[in-house]
Design a protein around this ligand. Structure first.
Ligand code: PEP
Length: 255
């Protein structure tokens, strides 16, 4: 049975005190997690050690970074290495979020390099993909996202992919309040699974956790998570309020 995950991406929000309070409130309302139903919290870099310390002793809830360097170490001012993240207590790293692709010009090659660096250090990867509105309107979203997946992960072997999760986030749905319909999400998730099956076979494809992201809320999470190929969500805005995040987690644990 493949893992279901709800991951919260705080982006560049919350100071250390606010982050501490949010994690406390999430922990006090959390129930229903198992080895197959997990939660990931991705705060900004400076929170990682604090968040990981708060999560110590808990089960099935993990700390993630939102980005990492593609280099192991050295003269790269301002960068944060995967080894630093691991030593601070992170278990996951988000790679390829559309905001990194768009605002920081991270291309397929650098994202594949970051993914390789993270996996080789022992971090699990949440690899993001998703099409802009003009691609969706032009009807070529399957080809576009398929190419992101091929460029991002085809260089890894099946064993390495056990430590990788995919997040499909249509850019037109991120932070816009416009969610993909459950049919649009299901269709794309099934397509992504077929792209994985083409390279690695059905067993690997069936084991791959594929999250949906884009204006996911407690009200729409149950319908999205009920889709057979949607294995949870990557949550932005709604991850900043304990009540909303817990509501989305409850939709996952209810499946
Ligand atoms: C995101 O940025 O990963 C995201 C899904 O944001 P939101 O939930 O706010 O649309």
């Amino acid at each position: 049975m493949r893992k279901k995950i709800v991951a919260g991406n705080w982006k560049m929000n919350l100071n250390l005190n606010e982050g501490k309070t949010l994690v406390q409130n999430i922990l006090s309302g959390l129930s229903g997690l198992t080895d197959n139903k997990q939660v990931v919290i991705a705060p900004p870099f400076v929170h990682i050690a604090q968040t990981a310390a708060q999560l110590q002793g808990t089960s099935n809830i993990f700390t993630a970074a939102q980005n990492c360097s593609s280099e192991a170490s050295g003269a790269y001012t301002g960068e944060v290495s995967t080894d630093m993240l691991l030593s601070a207590g992170a278990q996951y790293v988000i790679i390829g979020h559309s905001e990194r692709r768009e605002y920081f010009k991270e291309d397929d090659a650098i994202l594949a390099k970051k993914t390789a660096q993270a996996l080789s250090t022992g971090l699990k990867v949440i690899f993001c993909c998703g099409e802009p509105l003009e691609v969706r309107d032009g009807g070529t979203q399957n080809e576009y996202v398929g190419n992101q997946i091929k460029a991002g992960i085809y260089g890894f072997n099946a064993d390495q992919l056990q430590n990788l999760v995919i997040a499909y986030e249509p850019i037109w749905a991120i932070g816009t309040g416009r969610t993909a319909s459950s049919q649009q999400a299901q269709d794309m998730h099934a397509h992504i699974r077929s792209v994985i099956a083409n390279q690695y076979g059905n067993v690997v494809a069936e084991q791959m956790t594929i999250l949906y992201g884009g204006s996911c809320k407690p009200s729409n999470a149950p319908e999205l998570f009920a889709c057979p190929d949607v294995d949870g969500g990557l949550i932005g805005g709604a991850a900043l309020k304990a009540e909303d995040f817990l509501g989305i987690i409850a939709a996952m644990t209810a499946i």
